[in-house]
Design a binder for this molecule. Structure first.
Ligand SMILES: Nc1ncnc2c1ncn2[C@@H]1O[C@H](COP(=O)(O)OP(=O)(O)OP(=O)(O)O)[C@@H](O)[C@H]1O
Ligand SMILES: [Mg+2]
Length: 228
């Protein structure tokens, strides 16, 4: 079953006289449980594509179907709900809330969705164990290493049990050992928890943890290889 389908998607940015075709007709699908890496040179449209996949931005043309929802047909409020219920995001610079502890950061998507985090104690504990931070639950982001902060961000992305996790350069700011820990965690989640993941990366080593690599160039998919 496709969790995500992209059909003939184009994205044009217009800034004054300058128009950029960031995506020039992309067709792409992600099946449930797949771990897909997107690679390509700087400016090839990787982040643009990831933003459209997660409903953070709208396509200029074409169709993005996320967990059965055609995003182009929905109003902003409805897209926000689809995103909240179905997508977990992981960013290069973690984007944690500096005033909240690790466990409060992990619980934040539940709070935003109107849930009581106290009802999810077991799940939050399970995620803290999964990311190896059970003994850091009360630490704030500035009391954690970069790798630890990214592992908090991964637990936060997983807490709502989303249909898909989208990661933009999740190891881009990490040393190689912390990067490997993050990639091991993503691979483990894909294999053992059947978590569907799409990850943008510059790094061929990072891409090697995925099931399939899609190559973007000038806003188009130019190649694809199956790994696992
Ligand atoms: N908000 C925006 N307004 C105008 N142009 C944009 C905007 N965002 C991206 N672009 C342009 O769209 C193209 C694709 O950008 P994008 O950020 O998707 O590239 P990328 O593949 O993620 O690059 P990198 O590897 O450097 O992160 C670039 O030419 C960029 O200048
Ligand atoms: Mg980018």
């Amino acid at each position: 079953m496709a969790v995500l389908q992209v059909e003939s998607v184009k994205k044009k940015y217009q800034l004054g006289q300058v128009s950029v075709d960031a995506l020039a007709g992309v067709d792409f699908a992600v099946q449930a449980g797949e771990f897909v890496a997107i690679m390509g040179p700087s400016g090839s449209g990787k982040s643009t594509l990831l933003h459209l996949l997660g409903g953070l931005d709208q396509a200029s043309e074409g169709e993005v179907i996320l967990a059965g929802n055609k995003l182009a047909l929905l109003k902003d409020d409805a897209i926000t709900l689809v995103r909240r219920r179905n997508v977990g995001f992981i960013f290069q610079f973690y984007n944690l809330m500096p005033t909240l502890t690790a466990e409060e950061n992990i619980a934040l998507p539940l709070l935003i969705d109107g849930k009581n985090p106290a009802d999810f104690r077991a799940r939050i504990d399970q995620l803290l164990n999964l990311v190896g931070l059970a003994d850091r639950r009360l630490h704030k982001p500035d009391q954690l290493s970069g790798g630890q902060q990214q592992r908090v961000a991964i637990a936060r992305a997983f807490v709502t049990a989303p249909s898909i996790v989208l990661a933009d350069e999740p190891t881009g700011n990490l040393d190689s050992k912390s990067g490997e820990e993050v990639l091991d965690l993503l691979r483990h989640s894909a294999v053992n928890l059947k978590q569907t993941i799409v990850m943008v990366t510059h790094d061929p080593k990072a891409a090697s943890y995925s099931d399939r690599v899609v190559f973007l160039k000038d806003g188009k998919i130019v190649d694809e290889i199956k790994l696992n």
